[in-house]
Design a protein around this ligand. Structure first.
Ligand SMILES: [Zn+2]
Ligand SMILES: [Zn+2]
Length: 210
């Protein structure tokens, strides 16, 4: 299934992590501005920043497992979701859909900022939380892009590439985490067989096509 509507790509996808960075800049500037203009009330900013990182790692898991890989009865919703993630599964070298667009992180960051503000009345803490989430979100987008961009032979990138490609090539219902294995292990979708996954010459040719 190809994506034919450029407006869909414009709002829901990004060409590469650089464009992701440009898109999230206004959010980052806003949160930094709020923090710098707040009275220093306490030193818990870092805790909320780390909590934001943790929150995105969970959000990354739940969207992949329960949104992108769920078969919805609503035809329009199904078509829309399939046009991105399932299309990605079936067309690994379509770089247009490797990264998300404005309509993933903006509603989430603004919604969570408002919720935190409502519960704590603290704009500084809500902003630290969202900055942590944005930082890890940007990391996630880079990881997903570069996993599909070149072959890695050592370190974290080798491990996470095998982990993600096993999800693509072997089991679509396992290993949903894109940056960590924690949520898969906790929620019963971790498959250690990924360690045996071999990137053959055919896979390499299919994967790296740019
Ligand atoms: Zn992928
Ligand atoms: Zn998937």
């Amino acid at each position: 299934m190809a994506i034919s509507h450029p407006r869909l790509l414009k709002w829901f996808a990004s060409r590469n992590p650089f464009f992701v960075f440009l898109k999230i800049m206004p959010l980052i500037i806003s949160f930094v501005w709020i923090v710098f203009n707040s009275e220093i009330r306490n030193l818990y900013g870092l805790h909320f920043f780390l909590l934001g990182i943790f929150a995105w790692s969970f959000f990354e898991y739940i969207t992949h497992r329960w949104l992108y890989h769920t078969i919805f009865n609503n035809k329009k919703l199904k078509w829309f979701l399939d046009a991105f993630h399932i299309h990605h599964h079936n067309n690994l070298t379509d770089y247009r859909v490797l990264n998300a667009g404005l309509f993933l992180i903006y509603p989430l960051a603004i919604f969570l900022w408002l919720i935190l503000f409502l519960f704590t009345s603290n704009t500084e803490m809500a902003s630290w939380f969202c900055m942590g989430m944005l930082a890890y979100y940007f990391f996630y987008e880079n990881i997903h892009y570069f996993i599909h961009y070149k072959i890695y032979t050592t370190g974290y990138m080798k491990f996470i590439q095998k982990y993600h490609l096993y999800h693509h090539y072997n089991k679509w219902n396992k290993n949903f985490g894109n940056t960590i294995t924690f949520w898969d292990k906790l929620l019963g979708t971790y498959d250690p067989e990924y360690k045996q996954f071999k990137i053959t010459k055919e896979i390499e040719k299919e994967l790296i096509n740019h």
